[in-house]
Design a binder for this molecule. Structure first.
Ligand SMILES: Nc1ncnc2c1ncn2[C@@H]1O[C@H](COP(=O)(O)OP(=O)(O)OP(=O)(O)O)[C@@H](O)[C@H]1O
Ligand SMILES: [Mg+2]
Length: 308
């Protein structure tokens, strides 16, 4: 089982309207209410592909209940730790030619609630063959939250994929995560310098390894990714740019990395799956879903180059 951690899940609400303008009021149609958050997207992709997963995290209030009901309806297995605060909403406003997203910060988590979550996390790791850590952390958790979770997974000998940047990544590196998978901007934020071109990505990946990551996968939008491991480094690119909605492509990539670790595939094979699933995610409208035909085609024709 792959354990997907989603510390700050959101009820994603989509408002559809016409002609969004500031200074006016808009009649909206609620076009959807869906359980969201990066960890939930990871679990949804795995579920779609028939790979056993469970999503865990912190959740509370009526919106938390709605989140769980939506996951039940989708058949996505979950085991969240209850909290007193209310889970957040994320509001997307779409009109025929634009979209805007408004993200609430999420509930304040008490230290007692965090300890309860850690107990559940340890229990769930007992049955897990890989774990993913991705997405924002709710207020009240300090910047070491992911470092703590990486450390516990390491002690349980469960490989971990961490998709984060900035201080959360910096602190987690010291705990030796199996794989870190930030995007280019997140790496720049973490290393506090601009990252130029492919050679910049390659150097940055090595730096993250030197700081403690086992392997590093830096995603770079339509240009694919750069991967550095103990056994070699690669540039992996989709055969062509897919048009669609790139939101959630990183989550599909994270899902593929965890699935590859679970199967103990070699790196070229893991990257093939990663580039494929991520391209498949761009081809669908909603995050947490992939177009399997596009994914299979991109995986089969992916461009892989070894990097010195
Ligand atoms: N237009 C595209 N066509 C094909 N593949 C894409 C495209 N955009 C992104 N990808 C694939 O998706 C992967 C992840 O994309 P990206 O670097 O944008 O992740 P991200 O910024 O973490 O996204 P998010 O966190 O919003 O899901 C890339 O490494 C690439 O393989
Ligand atoms: Mg991302």
């Amino acid at each position: 089982v792959i354990l997907a951690v989603c510390l700050n899940p959101a009820l994603d609400i989509t408002y559809r309207t016409t002609n969004v303008r500031s200074g006016t009021s808009h009649a909206v149609e609620v076009a959807g209410e869906r359980a969201g958050g990066k960890g939930i997207n990871v679990a949804r992709v795995l579920h779609q592909l028939g790979i056993a997963s469970t999503v865990t995290g912190l959740l509370g209030g009526a919106r938390g209940a709605a989140l769980e009901a939506d996951l039940d309806a989708a058949g996505v297995a979950h085991s969240f730790s209850p909290i007193a605060g209310a889970s957040r909403r994320s509001i997307t406003v779409v009109d025929p030619d634009d979209a805007m997203v408004f993200n609430e910060p999420g509930p304040v988590v008490a230290s007692e609630e965090w300890r309860h979550f850690l107990d559940r996390y340890r229990d769930l790791l007992g049955a897990a063959s890989a774990v993913t850590l991705s997405g924002s952390t709710p207020p009240g958790l300090d910047r070491s939250a992911y470092a703590t979770l990486v450390g516990i997974a390491g002690a349980a000998a469960v490989p971990v994929v961490l998709d984060a940047g900035g201080p959360a990544l910096t602190r987690a590196l010291a705990q030796g995560p199996t794989v870190v998978a930030p995007n280019r901007a997140e790496v720049a934020e973490t290393l506090e310098r601009a990252i130029d071109g492919r050679t910049g990505l390659r150097a940055a990946a090595e730096e993250l390894r030197a700081r403690g990551a086992g392997s590093v996968v830096i995603s770079d939008g339509p240009d694919g990714l750069v991967c550095a491991t103990r056994g070699g480094a690669w540039l992996a690119r989709p055969p062509h740019r897919v048009t669609g909605n790139p939101t959630g492509a990183g989550d599909a990539l994270t899902a593929a990395l965890a699935a590859g670790l679970e199967r103990a595939d070699d790196w070229p094979e893991i990257l093939r799956m990663g580039v494929g699933w991520a391209a498949g995610a761009v081809a669908t409208h909603v995050a947490g879903e992939i177009d399997e035909r596009v994914a299979a085609e991109a995986a089969a024709t992916m461009v892989l180059e070894e990097m010195p």
